[in-house]
Design a protein around this ligand. Structure first.
Ligand SMILES: Cc1cc2nc3c(=O)[nH]c(=O)nc-3n(C[C@H](O)[C@H](O)[C@H](O)COP(=O)(O)OP(=O)(O)OC[C@H]3O[C@@H](n4cnc5c(N)ncnc54)[C@H](O)[C@@H]3O)c2cc1C
Length: 361
């Protein structure tokens, strides 16, 4: 059925894309979401929803659900190579709003956002944009499955290695600032974790953390510093595992077991630590949000917060302004200082999480 509604295509069905889908429907748009995976992607360690993102969640009507999924966190424990506890940190010590910020499993948050962005939103899973052309009125899209579409707006919410950013703004190298570390995330045996706790082991330039929240499995995060970029094939998982083994082969605590488990680990994910920095997040009728636009790096602990908040800020400007150019200008101008200040905190986070010497801790 033909409608007079304005149309938007959102690429990526994760934190930023699902938040945007909710808001664009709220503001009267006909919404289509294209996601390369077969469903919203699960996995990841516990993440934080903080500060103004809590207000966004409240306005979306999901704050209570998020709070109900709050992890019973006892915070982080720092252990030595023998497993002895040498220090502790509670989430409230790094909170923007102590007592209010929520630590939640990434899966739970994605499920809440997905359930909230239903009804008259078309999802195209197992699909992606392969051709994109825009003029001053429309963005014309050809999808991988051969179908085509024409939209008033395109929002790129497709993460750190955004395809929309590449197609519209240029190659990733122009915007990705390497933070001199690599990391891997994977699911491991629950028995390796300690109940309701994240345990972290450090040696100079290395970090291994296991989070366990009574879910039948634990999540492990290994990270190491590297002054040089390492060349590897993004599709070659075995080569990525070799890089991790090489970096951690002399480490203590439970690291040898983690390396063993990693060989067959579910949800193995390896990437470089980097930030995305852009002068403008919009071009014509295309805008970027979340990691695609301003990935802050996980040591800030703010990737999810920024994605939720950024999508809400952009949607509000679009929803309240008939002129897209001016809505995009407002988004670029109003959110930039916040993003810059937040991205600048990554080096403190890095020095704390992956110290170069034990004196840094
Ligand atoms: C599986 C997974 C695990 C994660 N684990 C952690 C973690 O443990 N700790 C942490 O701090 N952050 C983690 N993150 C990153 C975190 O989700 C983001 O930093 C933050 O939430 C910003 O979200 P985003 O929606 O902008 O990007 P992302 O969460 O990265 O989502 C991008 C989405 O776009 C999809 N996509 C990618 N390319 C295309 C394409 N060409 N076409 C269509 N869709 C595409 C992806 O499948 C994904 O669903 C993880 C992300 C993913 C995808």
């Amino acid at each position: 059925m033909e409608t007079n509604k304005k149309t938007v295509l959102i690429s990526g069905a994760s934190i930023a894309g699902l938040t945007m889908a909710y808001w664009m429907k709220y503001y009267g748009y006909e919404v289509t979401v294209v996601e390369v995976s077969s469903s919203p992607r699960m996995g990841g360690t516990p993440i934080d929803v903080r500060g103004d993102a809590l207000d966004s969640a409240n306005r979306m009507g999901i704050l209570e659900m998020i709070k109900n999924s709050r992890l019973p966190s006892m915070g982080l424990e720092f252990v030595n190579s023998q497993g002895d506890i040498e220090g502790r940190m509670l989430i409230d010590e790094i909170s923007i709003r102590p007592g209010e910020d929520v630590e939640i499993r990434r899966d739970d948050l994605v499920n809440i956002l997905y359930a909230n962005a239903q009804g008259e939103i078309e999802y195209k899973f197992n699909n992606k944009i392969i051709v994109l052309e825009q003029d001053e009125n429309k963005v014309a899209i050809t999808f991988e499955d051969g179908t085509t579409g024409c939209y008033d707006l395109l929002i790129g919410a497709d993460g750190l290695h955004s395809a929309v950013r590449k197609m519209v703004f240029g190659p990733e190298e122009q915007f990705a600032h390497f933070l001199n570390f690599y990391f891997t995330i994977m699911q491991v045996d629950a028995a390796l974790g300690k109940e309701n706790t994240g345990q972290t082991y450090n040696s100079p330039n290395h970090m291994a953390t296991i989070y366990y929240y009574n879910r039948g499995f634990a999540d492990a995060l290994l990270a190491f510093k590297s002054s040089e970029r390492i060349n590897y094939d993004f599709r070659d998982t075995a080569a990525q595992k070799d890089i991790v083994i090489n970096a951690f082969k002399n480490e203590g605590w439970k690291v040898p077991m983690l390396l063993e488990i990693m060989q067959n680990a579910k949800n193995f994910y390896f990437d470089q630590g980097c930030q995305i920095k852009m002068d403008s997040w919009t071009k014509g009728r295309v805008a970027l949000i979340g990691d695609a636009a301003y990935a802050p790096g996980f040591p800030t602990g703010m990737g999810v917060t920024l994605a939720l908040q950024g999508a809400t800020v952009l949607a509000d400007f679009i929803g309240k302004n008939d002129n897209i150019e001016s809505a995009f200008d407002q988004y670029n101008n109003s959110f930039k200082d916040f993003v810059n200040a937040l991205q600048a905190t990554v080096y403190d986070g890095l020095a704390f999480l992956i110290p170069e010497t034990f004196e840094d801790k």
